[in-house]
Design a protein around this ligand. Structure first.
Ligand code: RFL
Length: 407
């Protein structure tokens, strides 16, 4: 279904200061920042509004990101409804080890499902700030991005006609499989890639969480994780071979494996429920550099993908959106180019820091199951150090929460 915000069809000529491609957390946040400064923009989204408001994905949002949303008037529902998490629990060697990072740092995570955040951001952008958004567009193409008169064209869902929108800037926020990244010249762009050679079976269960915090099970049979999403929904992960078929994981096998990998003395039994999502994710990362070419600026997963090991992707998408939204507003309202000139560099510092942390945490999660006694030994040392060395615990908490003073 196509959903068009009121007044869209009467727009003439087709010209906006900014065209945002993609209505995920990054694109919608950029759009909202622009609208708050009365900058006109058009968001082009390939899917329907219903689809993006229900697509299950992230849930863990870092406190600085929530404060960034709050500062921009985008966190009302989140602050009312999100759960606060102040601890996570590692399970290894048949024991439970609670890591109370809230006590250690005074900081916490917010748990708020991504589809709810997307719903809030679409509502605020389209219904409150009167931003223009077009859903269900096909075949988005960028034109003349290295000139000062770029354009975006797309196939209109209603008529099947190709339409052209002229603009000053394009925000490429269309995720890891979007179209905007292809507009970067291949001879000037570098995509740095890392593959873990590991798969995760990502599961969403219609069941209350089995513990009040995130669980990380580091087990010889492979990693298992539990992430509470709401009082009725829980995300679970099971390490599996890359490319595994979700059909190899019937209900009974999933729960038996979760029970085994998350077993620990004194742990309450897992609360089972219907599995409403079951898909295999390949654990890989990449970073695109540079993220700016002429009038095109990439943000979020379009610019960098981080495997969900440390729950960082949406946080990075929001970080980019704050930087890019503010920089576009400065450029378009006062002519100040500084924010846009420094955007790629400012984004990349946090991106690389989070990539490094994900890689470090990946070894903690997967080292025990690598079939290599040496890696199993060093993994155990890493885990023990978190609970024996205050300095190691403080460093972990800082990275897990994204609270470093500088990136
Ligand atoms: P999105 O959310 O992918 O949004 C991109 C939007 O662009 C649209 N699109 C197009 N539109 C027009 N034309 C095209 N050619 C288009 N191609 C695509 C898409 O339909 C979509 O609406 O990117 P954005 O905004 O950069 O946000 C990134 C986050 O969604 C992502 O990083 C997170 O979901 C990653 N992630 C997590 N991140 C966290 O910070 N905390 C978590 O707890 C967390 N858990 C997760 C996750 C990702 C997961 N999956 C599915 C990989 C858990 C999972 C299972």
């Amino acid at each position: 279904m196509t959903d068009v915000s009121p007044g869209y069809d009467s727009l003439s000529p087709q010209r906006f200061p900014v065209v945002v491609v993609g209505a995920g957390p990054a694109g919608l946040t950029v759009g909202n920042i622009l609208r708050a400064a009365s900058v006109d923009c058009l968001v082009l989204e390939a899917e329907t509004r219903e689809f993006i408001e229900q697509r299950p994905r992230a849930g863990v949002i870092e406190e600085w990101a929530v404060r960034g949303l709050e500062k921009r008037g985008l966190a009302r529902n989140l602050l009312d409804r999100a759960e606060l998490h102040t601890a996570c629990e590692f399970r290894f060697g048949g024991e439970r080890y609670r890591f109370a990072y809230g006590e250690l740092t005074g900081s916490h995570h917010f748990v708020y499902p991504q589809p709810l955040l997307v719903r809030d951001l679409v509502h605020e952008y389209a219904d409150v700030r009167a931003g223009r958004i077009l859903f269900g567009v096909r075949d988005v193409r960028l034109h003349d991005v290295d000139t000062d008169h770029p354009a975006v064209s797309y196939v209109c869902p209603g008529t099947g006609e190709r339409r052209v929108v002229h603009c000053d800037f394009i925000a490429g926020c269309d995720g890891a499989r979007g179209a905007t990244r292809a507009a970067l010249p291949p001879d000037r762009v570098r995509v740095a890639r890392h593959s873990y050679g590991i798969g995760w079976l990502a599961l969403l269960a219609e069941a209350p969480p089995s513990a009040d915090c995130v669980l990380f099970g580091c087990h010889e049979r492979g990693f298992a994780g539990q992430m509470p999403r709401s009082p009725r929904m829980t995300r679970y992960y099971l390490q599996c071979p890359p490319g595994d078929d979700p059909e190899n994981w019937p209900h009974e096998r999933v729960w038996a494996e979760l029970r085994e990998r998350l077993a620990a003395s004194g742990a309450p039994p897992l609360t089972e429920g219907r599995l409403v999502e079951k898909r295999v994710l390949e654990m890989h990362d990449h970073v695109v550099q540079p993220v700016t070419h002429g009038r095109l600026h990439l943000a979020g997963d379009a610019a960098h993908l981080v495997a969900p090991i440390a729950a960082k992707g949406m946080n990075l998408a929001l970080h980019d959106a704050f930087l890019l939204g503010d920089a576009l507003v400065a450029r378009l309202t006062t002519g100040d180019d500084g924010g846009l000139a420094g955007y790629g560099e400012a984004s990349a510092r946090r991106v690389w820091d989070y990539q490094e942390f994900s890689q470090w945490l990946s070894e903690v999660f997967h080292g025990t199951a690598a079939g290599d006694p040496f890696r199993a030994g060093t993994t155990l040392a890493r885990l023990r150090r978190l609970f024996t060395s205050p300095a190691a615990a403080a460093a972990f908490a800082e990275q897990y929460l994204g609270t470093a003073a500088r990136y």
